[in-house]
Structure formats: C-alpha cells, structure tokens
Design a protein around this ligand. Structure first.
Ligand code: MD6
Ligand code: FE
Length: 211
C-alpha cells in the first residue's frame, strides 16, 4: 500500500508545443472568467458569424475591448462597433487584461496590452477549421488563448496547412501563448465532444492587439 504518497501529476505545467508556442497548464482559475463572460453576453450576445465563402461558423462569438473581430460575406476584419447591436463592444474586464499580460509575460512577451478579447463558444459538435490569425496590425504582438469548460483538442500545424499536425489537449484553465516566428502559424480546433463540465460548453478567450 502506498496510501501516503501524494497523487503525482505527471503533466508538466508548461509545455513547448512548437517553437514559440507555449501551453501553460492550469494557469488560471476560471470561475471569475465565466462570470465576466456572462456579463459580456448580456450586452453583446453570442452569434454565429457568416464567412466570406457563404458558410456559417459552428462556433458562436462575441467580443470585449476597444475593437472586436468580425466576419461576414465581405471578409474578416476588426470593428469598433458591434454590428449586431450598433453599440461599442463591452469594455475589456480588468481581470482579462491582467490575465493576458501575465500569461504573455510567462511566455517571454513583456508588456502585452490587448485591445480585443474575442470570446468563442463551442457546444459539442462545433469546431474551428484550420486558419491563421493575421488581421492584426502588429504581428510582433503575441496571442494569448484561454480555455474554459469542456476539454478540446487544439491542433497546431505551423508555417503551412500541410505541416504535420500536433494535437494539443486543452483543458479548463489552460492558456496557450504564441508569438514571434510562430505568430502566423496555422491551427484549428477539432470537433468538440460532449463531456462532464456542468456548463456543457467550452469557452475560449483569444486576446489580441489588433490596432
Ligand atoms: C480556440 N483558438 O482555441 C480557437 N487563434 O477555441 C484560436 O483560433 C487561436 O487559440 C490564435 C491564437 C490562439 C488560439
Ligand atoms: Fe486562431
């Protein structure tokens, strides 16, 4: 019997997914983030955006901050008014900005000040196709991505869609940070499976400096 041994967690709390792509496991307690999302969605509801190709995203989105990410038949862009409500996006909660700055710093990017918190909501069956994020003005700024709720499989490819996929399980409280040479890398999120989180959804906060 080894009843007195602590349960060792063999998962390291920091993982190099690829060059300049860092996973910070269990970096943040998510209860306050969930409350902040509930407040945001009261003034800027989640919506399934149209894509330039004529599709509709399975992931529902909203934003907080000075600018919000938006997509419609005319393309992807940042907008400073919510096209759904005609009002400015809800302000970025101080706890969001602080989390983004701390996570970026933990990955070696100092003084990250995001102006956009894109909030993604996945229900089981939702997925995000392979893409890269390069609509931002200064690609020298990193991206900080926070997972909340149901676990998912994030997939990192790299410089091309054809690079060998690296699947990364992301769980509640995990934070991914990437920048530098990895900043324009291809990535996606596999179809979400049902699971045990009481909310039955996954939220993801993606912090960017867009302007
Ligand atoms: C998600 N994230 O995790 C989708 N993009 O739900 C992204 O597309 C993403 O996690 C850029 C940087 C980090 C990300
Ligand atoms: Fe992305």
């Amino acid at each position: 019997m080894q009843a007195d041994l602590p349960l060792a967690d063999p998962r390291p709390d920091r993982v190099a997914v690829a060059d300049q792509v860092v996973l910070l496991r269990g970096f943040v307690a998510t209860a306050p983030l969930r409350e902040a999302i509930a407040t945001i969605e009261r003034s800027a509801p989640f919506r399934h955006l149209a894509t330039p190709g004529g599709g509709r995203m399975s992931v529902a989105m909203t934003n907080a901050g000075a600018v919000g990410w938006h997509s419609d038949e005319n393309g992807y862009r940042y907008v400073d008014v919510d096209p759904l409500t005609g009002a400015p996006w809800p302000a970025m909660p101080a706890a969001f900005a602080d989390l983004a700055r701390r996570a970026a710093a933990a990955a070696g990017h100092r003084d990250f000040v995001p102006d956009c918190a894109l909030v993604n909501r996945y229900v089981p069956g939702a997925q995000m196709g392979t893409h890269r994020d390069f609509d931002e003005r200064d690609l020298g700024q990193p991206i900080v991505s926070v997972s909340i709720g149901l676990p998912a499989t994030f997939v990192w490819y790299g410089a091309t869609r054809g690079d060998p996929p690296r699947p990364v399980p992301v769980m509640d409280g995990d934070v991914l940070v990437w920048g530098g040479r990895a900043r324009a890398g291809y990535h996606g999120v596999r179809r979400l499976r049902a699971g045990a989180d009481p909310t039955a959804v996954r939220h993801n906060l993606t912090f960017r400096r867009a302007r």
